[in-house]
Design a protein around this ligand. Structure first.
Ligand code: HEM
Length: 273
């Protein structure tokens, strides 16, 4: 027997640990309150926004998969991932409960220090909207020219949206999609279309497996609208009629974003069911 056979390696490889894999030290060094003297609630305010950004990152990752599944005609893959997206959306809504434990006085103690920073400038939130088909090219103007936020939005503005990929899926399943939708300007938002609504109606009436997918998409859409509603109510109770730090009129601006679906055809045809 060769006596070297059972020796450990000369220089043992450093084992991966919980902290090294998740880069916990770096993660926990990313909270930098600006209030001086320190205000207790600012830590919550920072952490909750950071957590939202992480979930937005995950959501973009998952929606990319749904787009791919639609293009490749994978019904069950798309459904499994949409279910996950729906659960993430529910978590995004629920997290607002935590922030609502912060009173207007608590928030006022450090609000001025935020200067013009606002969730309105979240590039990832806007990218989620673009990816879902709610595209508005003018939103790029709110991001630093040449910066990573603008690059992300530029990318999603030009790519087919999830709805465009859904049209490809409907074609795989034997439905015809009007040429004006297939050759549309991809930088523009989704618009309702009567022929697509006819296809959706046929699915609901004759194809229960595909109808489940439509219900999941409706759930997700409703979840996003719920987030918008809960965010407006939180804003109203926290800052009332004050303008936003991002320069908008505040709650009045946000109210105008309510009840706008990202899958408008799914809502426009429901009275026919
Ligand atoms: C005390 C807590 C909060 C207040 C008072 C608040 C207030 C506002 C206001 C007034 C706006 C309108 C733009 C502006 O003028 O600033 C806005 C937009 C926005 N906020 Fe918040 N917000 C809060 C928490 C959050 C959290 C936790 C998130 C999660 C990321 C968030 C995400 C957003 C987004 C994405 C927008 C843009 C919405 C759109 O354009 O449709 N906000 N917020």
């Amino acid at each position: 027997m060769n006596e070297n056979e059972h020796l450990p390696p000369a220089t043992p490889k450093k084992a991966i640990t919980y902290a090294s894999y998740l880069r916990v030290d770096e993660l926990l060094a990313l909270q930098s309150p600006v209030s001086d003297p320190p205000e207790h609630d600012e830590t919550l305010f920072i952490i909750i926004h950071q957590v939202y950004e992480l979930w937005f990152k995950q959501m973009l990752h998952e929606l990319e998969k749904v787009k791919r599944d639609f293009r490749e005609n994978h019904l069950y893959g798309a459904m499994a991932t949409l279910k996950r997206c729906r659960m993430i959306m529910k978590t995004l809504v629920q997290q607002l409960d935590i922030l609502e434990t912060m009173t207007p006085t608590d928030f006022n103690s450090f609000r001025e220090r935020l200067e013009t920073a606002s969730g309105f400038q979240s590039a990832q939130f806007r990218a989620v909207e673009f990816m879902l088909g709610y595209k508005r090219p003018n939103m790029l103007g709110f991001h630093e020219p040449g910066g990573p936020g603008q690059a992300l939005l530029q990318h999603h503005l030009q790519m087919p949206s999830l709805v465009d990929c859904f049209y490809a899926f409907l074609i795989h399943r034997g439905y015809s999609i009007p040429v004006e939708l297939l050759e549309r300007d991809l930088t523009q938002p989704t618009e309702t279309n009567a022929q697509v609504q006819d296809a959706l109606l046929d699915i609901y009436r004759t194809k229960p497996d595909l109808a489940n997918l439509l219900e999941l998409m409706t759930d997700f859409d409703e979840g996003l609208q719920e987030w918008r509603y809960r965010h407006v109510k939180m804003v109203e109770r926290t800052i009332g009629h004050k303008p936003g730090t991002g320069g908008s009129p505040g709650a009045d601006f946000l109210r105008a974003t309510l009840f706008k679906p990202v899958f408008p055809d799914l809502w426009a045809m429901r009275h026919r069911l």
